[in-house]
Design a protein around this ligand. Structure first.
Ligand code: USQ
Length: 418
């Protein structure tokens, strides 16, 4: 199968390219390298060092025996996107090219506006480009479990049966997102569903839970995927593991009773591959809930502490005030049957994944330690922000010097929303 990955330089995109190639698929991709710039803008780096994109592509070519056609483009550059799709003629397009951070979107108007226009407009550009250049290709769009929020009902996979005033219908399950970022994914879902209905596009909208885990293939460090730990781009479990390797306490927010669906990076790759290899039908808008475990943040903190202790690290937990506006005591029971019906078999148990991740992080503890001031939360959902992030425009700031290796790719400076 010919798979075009939009967002191929990211945390999920780069391992997915390697995973699909190892299964015999032909891969191409696009990326505007914005994730590197956003993390740089926040004054941080990937804990695991990552190679510049053209070194990554060279490693891919040497190790997989074939080239990886790459377009350094922003999805909103509609003509360039069209040319890339027409040249590659994909059977499937995986769309990972969005700003994935709830905290980043909550900083201020500029960031909320940037995240929503980048995500919604980029997706719209992709939908129109697919209609013109590869109308038969299957779109696999990364959504989020956060679209549903935390309703006091079980959460079905996309749709549910409703009875109202004596009439019944099957309707989209209500979306109640909790950040400007999560709302951008809701708007995308509506647009993707509409394109399926209107043009007969085949699409799978993947409601993904929080992903954790490292990707450091022993064959070549140029194949490593990034692993962020800053407040905005590090997911909870990855942050917790980074905290343990520098002897900082693990920070569940608030009471730690808020629950989320989670899955490891390895499980994420397995699920995305299953979805690609079992495509939606033409005109079908399929929604899958992609998660493996439902756990509270407090329980996650304990699991990370125990994994670190098993490796001889004296890890401890210290809750901090919750900077977010989120329910802490709530019902949470999402369905996730469709992927299991397609054959999803969870890989290593969470404890083993955490020990692997902490082991991968230990050699890079100094990188985390040098940016430990990026760990505490500064973005508050309800009150105006007083940013403690240094101004990257100031020549010679510590953060510019230290992050240059990670985000000078493609000749870009740190991205600052206009
Ligand atoms: N949390 C802590 N301590 C921390 C960081 C986070 O307790 O140091 C808590 C948050 O309050 C939240 C939970 O952990 O209750 C998850 O936070 P997160 O930052 O790991 O995840 P979130 O902001 O929801 O976003 C992440 C990805 C996003 C994806 C989403 C899936 O960044 O791209 O869409 O997970 S989901 O959470 O299911 O919506």
């Amino acid at each position: 199968m010919r798979v075009f990955i939009a967002g191929i330089d990211g945390y999920l995109g780069w391992p997915l390219a390697q995973h699909l190639a190892a299964r015999g698929h032909t891969v191409a991709g696009a990326d505007a390298l914005l994730r590197r710039a956003w993390v740089g803008e926040r004054g941080s780096v990937s804990a695991v060092p990552i190679a510049p994109v053209y070194e990554r592509l060279a490693a891919f070519r040497e190790l997989s025996g074939g080239p990886l056609p790459f377009s350094p483009l922003d999805l909103r550059d509609h003509p360039a996107l069209g040319r890339a799709l027409a040249a590659f003629a994909p059977d499937a397009v995986v769309h990972l090219a969005e700003c994935p951070s709830a905290p980043y979107s909550m900083i201020d108007f500029r960031h909320a506006d940037f995240v929503q226009s980048n995500n919604v407009s980029g997706t719209l550009s992709l939908l129109f480009a697919m209609r013109e250049h590869c109308p038969g290709a299957h779109l696999v769009k990364l959504g989020t479990m956060g679209e549903y929020g935390t309703p006091d009902l079980d959460i079905p996979e996309g749709f549910f049966d409703v009875e109202f005033r004596g009439r019944r219908d099957r309707l989209p399950f209500p979306r109640q997102a909790g950040s400007w970022y999560h709302w951008s994914k809701v708007f995308d879902s509506q647009n993707v569903g509409f394109a399926c209905r209107l043009w007969g596009l085949a699409a799978t909208d993947v409601m993904q839970g929080v992903v954790y885990g490292s990707w450091c293939p022993p064959a070549d460090p140029r194949l490593n995927s990034r692993l962020d730990f800053d407040e905005a781009f590090g997911t909870a479990v990855n942050r917790f593991c980074c905290q343990t390797v520098i002897g900082r306490p693990i920070t569940p927010y608030g009471g730690g009773t808020q629950s989320r669906g989670l899955l490891s990076l390895a499980d994420c790759l397995q699920c995305l591959t299953l979805v690609l290899e079992h495509p939606a039908a033409p005109g079908e808008y399929r929604v899958v809930n992609q998660l493996r475990d439902v756990l509270s943040v407090g329980r996650l903190a304990e699991l990370v502490r125990d994994a670190a202790r098993a490796l001889g690290i004296d890890a401890r937990i210290a809750a901090v005030d919750n900077p977010r506006d989120e329910a802490e005591a709530h019902h949470y029971n999402p369905d996730s049957e469709k992927l299991r019906e397609l054959g999803f078999k969870p890989s290593a148990p969470i404890g083993a994944e955490l020990r692997q991740m902490i082991g991968d992080l230990l050699p890079h503890a100094d990188r985390v330690r040098a940016h430990a001031d990026r760990l505490p939360p500064t973005v508050h959902w309800r009150r105006p922000q007083i940013s403690s992030v240094p101004n990257p425009a100031e020549e010679g700031t510590r953060n510019e010097r230290e992050t240059a290796a990670d985000h000078d790719d493609g000749g870009r400076g740190p991205h600052r929303p206009a």
